[in-house]
Design a protein. Structure first.
Ligand SMILES: C[S@@+](CC[C@H](N)C(=O)[O-])C[C@H]1O[C@@H](n2cnc3c(N)ncnc32)[C@H](O)[C@@H]1O
Length: 399
């Protein structure tokens, strides 16, 4: 049965939509609501890859989306993105942090703070470390410091010492959380549900190593994102949101504190904000109270970096091509000239032969005896005066 109502599903699908082909990665698949919304807008050449560390969530989403051949899923924490070749060059990544309604609602999963429920707090039921083992392994003062950083848990060291004592003997229940808080506040808690929720959320974040998962996954996703692709992030509380916002800012280069070059220029932007921050509408919150604290942020990876690369390659290819064409042209001209020269040499030689022959003939004709005889035969009296042969012009031709 589908339990989780996805937050800002239509809006996120609209923001991540782009023409295919390509892969979109839903890094927090849950019940598959966001994946379904994405599949509704993406064309047939696209595919959606859903990741979750919770095997039960995967089973629900697989059943829900089984009829769509464009959907695939993998059981993994999203910090392992770098080890999934199918995510390389993806057109979109979605992170919807935290736990799902299914995990919160089912007592057996051990996330709820309803009275009398055994606490587990593992998103991945196969993970060997649950709440009890974390409490047994970690120094209570150190754990208290972390809880205070994560969720401002008051008197957190006292609370952790109390919980550690119980964990040494048995599994913990939600009642133990309440008792630990009451012990730390002898005059009573002002807002019991709020303090309980904060404490259990902070413990859940420690058990699932949630901030470290985000710290690893967002840069990995940006590294694998195609130019022009987008990352959408939904956060639900301030610590998670501050971390995600700062990571996204650093990734796109919107970082005022980033070191500048010697001329004082900031490093070039690697991406842009598409949505700096968007909250669900009042209507959505009224329908789905879990959307109350949600904040959406979306970034887009710059196309320019890839375009500049492509242009650079084209320029080099063009230059090499031009040089090669020039060489071939010169070679062709050279061959043509050589042929012409050869032809000219043959013609010149023929010409010289003709000139020599002509000279020989004329020379023969200029022998006075021969000329005289010819002239006499033609009736000239003084042939050597009247009949004068012109100087042969052919000598001018011959160099
Ligand atoms: C808020 S729910 C997501 C709901 C989902 N968007 C939907 O439409 O149903 C968060 C899901 O992310 C999973 N999750 C949280 N941290 C994770 C991590 N580091 N790696 C993989 N999955 C994670 C949880 O198990 C949970 O199913």
């Amino acid at each position: 049965m589908i339990r989780h109502q996805p937050v800002l599903a239509g809006r996120i699908a609209q923001l991540l939509n782009a023409p295919g082909p390509g892969t979109w990665v839903d890094c927090t698949l849950g019940d598959g609501g966001h994946s379904q919304a994405l599949l509704e807008v993406l064309d047939n050449s696209c595919q959606v890859l859903g990741l979750d560390r919770d095997t039960q969530a995967l089973a629900v989403a697989r059943e829900r989306l089984a009829s769509d051949v464009r959907f695939h899923s993998i059981h993994t924490p999203f910090s392992a993105l770098d080890q999934l070749p199918e995510t390389q060059g993806a057109m979109g990544f979605l992170f919807d942090f935290g736990v799902s309604s299914r995990q919160l609602d089912e007592n057996e999963r051990g996330f709820t703070i309803r009275p009398g429920v055994r606490l587990d707090l593992r998103m991945d039921p196969d993970d060997p470390r649950d709440l009890r083992s974390i409490l047994c392994e970690t120094d209570p003062d150190e754990l208290g410091r972390r809880l205070s950083d994560l969720a401002d848990v008051p008197r957190s060291r006292l609370v952790c010492r109390h919980l550690a004592k119980i964990a040494a003997e048995r599994d913990l229940t939600s009642d133990d959380l309440e008792a630990a808080l009451l012990g730390a506040f002898p005059r009573g808690m002002r807002d019991r549900p709020r303090e309980m929720a904060r404490l259990s959320m902070a413990l859940r974040m420690v058990v699932n190593n949630e901030l470290e998962e985000i710290r690893t996954a967002l840069p990995a996703a940006f590294g694998r994102l195609a130019p022009g692709g987008r990352i959408a992030v939904l956060t639900y509380h301030s610590v998670e949101d501050r971390l995600a916002k700062n990571l996204l800012r650093g990734l796109i280069g919107d970082d005022h504190d980033a070191p500048r070059d010697i001329y004082g220029n900031r490093p070039a932007m690697q991406g842009v904000w598409v949505v700096r921050r968007e909250d669900p509408s009042k209507e959505e919150v009224a329908q789905n109270p879990r959307a109350r604290s949600a904040q959406l942020r979306v970034i887009e990876k710059r196309r320019g970096a890839a375009m500049a690369g492509i242009l650079g390659v084209l320029l080099v290819v063009g230059l090499v091509g031009a040089v090669m064409v020039g060489c071939v042209w010169r070679q062709t001209r050279h061959v043509e000239l050589e042929k012409g020269l050869e032809k000219a040499t043959v013609q010149e030689r023929l010409l010289m032969d003709s000139v020599l022959q002509l000279q020989a003939r004329i020379g023969a004709q200029r022998q006075p005896a021969v000329v005289g005889r010819r002239a006499m035969a033609l009736g000239y009296k003084r042939p050597d005066r009247q009949f004068r042969l012109p100087e042969p012009e052919t000598t001018a031709v011959h160099p």
